[in-house]
Design a protein around this ligand. Structure first.
Ligand code: ATP
Length: 273
């Protein structure tokens, strides 16, 4: 599987409106949007933009969504690849894939390259040696570093990456001229959860009793992905009962289900992995 190209210039692009909350993060990436819209305007004055923006935060908090929205707002293509795609690959394949990704991106510039779970490939070199079979990952990481050094932002390519384990990243990745900007994407607070509920109930037929503020209060600790899940589940439950609109009680049942699912997951996964 090659790098997936999502052409955000086609169809309905994802925009900042689809991303609820995360106001500070949106403000920080706005500069990237302006740059991608008109790279020359920035480079003319001699300013240098960050090559790489690292989005740091727990799973499901909207890191991928935000990166897609940057591409959507700027109207540029979005190339995406997951770090885990590089794991357990044959010799040379990972590095070749990185080379190919940058080559494709340069041809389509201005554009965004997004690497999800960058920790899978960007883990500190040498640390995993006891596990065996890490040379290939290191080759891939080295190739990524080479590619990052080999282009400048004048070409109009911005690299974005996401991780929930910034502590494990090789320090070479975080050096100036590489991922020199980090943006924290935290779990939503109550106000932000209400906003996420609003986004994900927009296309549902809702009963008048629906109160997103109340739902936000019932979902402490939920990430955006879980809230999206609750909204969908609620709509399915209501439909299954033959209702014409999704009611508060459906959301409450859906919340219970999602909490149940999370508890099961926590039991199965040891805190270490
Ligand atoms: P991971 O680290 O697991 O890849 P992520 O941080 O990249 O997670 P996304 O894939 O962006 O999370 O989020 C998953 C889904 O959750 C999104 O497609 C969206 O439906 C919903 N979601 C998450 N955060 C938000 C948000 N702030 N506003 C609206 N929807 C959100």
């Amino acid at each position: 599987n090659k790098a997936t190209l999502f052409d955000q210039t086609e169809g309905a692009p994802i925009t900042f409106e689809d991303v609820a909350g995360l106001d500070e993060a949106k403000e920080e990436v706005e500069e990237v949007v302006q740059f991608l819209k008109d790279p020359q305007r920035f480079t003319k004055l001699g300013g240098k933009l960050p090559k790489g923006v690292l989005l740091v935060g727990p799973p499901g908090t909207g890191k991928t969504l935000l990166a897609k929205a940057v591409a959507g707002e700027a109207g540029v293509p979005f190339f995406s690849l997951s770090g885990s795609d590089f794991v357990e690959m044959f010799v040379g394949v990972g590095a070749a894939r990185v080379r190919d990704l940058f080559k494709q991106a340069k041809e389509k510039a201005p554009c965004i390259i997004f690497i999800d779970e960058i920790d899978a490939v960007g883990r500190s070199r040498g640390r995993g040696a006891i596990m065996g079979g890490n040379d290939e990952r290191e080759n891939t990481l080295n190739q990524l570093l080479v590619e990052m050094d080999g282009f400048n932002t004048d070409k109009g390519v911005i690299l974005m990456a996401a991780t929930n384990r910034p502590d494990t990243l090789d320090s070479a990745l975080l050096r100036p001229g590489r991922f020199d900007r980090q943006i924290l994407i935290d779990r939503p607070d109550r106000r932000e959860r209400a906003a996420i509920f609003r986004v994900h109930t927009e296309n549902l037929t809702l009963s008048p009793d629906l109160d997103v503020e109340l739902l936000a209060g019932q979902t402490p600790g939920f990430a955006g992905a879980e809230i999206a899940n609750v909204c969908n589940e609620a709509a399915l439950l209501a439909a299954r009962d033959g209702k014409d609109a999704v009611e508060m009680i459906d959301f409450e049942r859906a919340i219970d289900r999602v909490i149940g699912g999370l508890e099961k997951k926590n039991k199965l996964i040891s805190p270490d992995e």
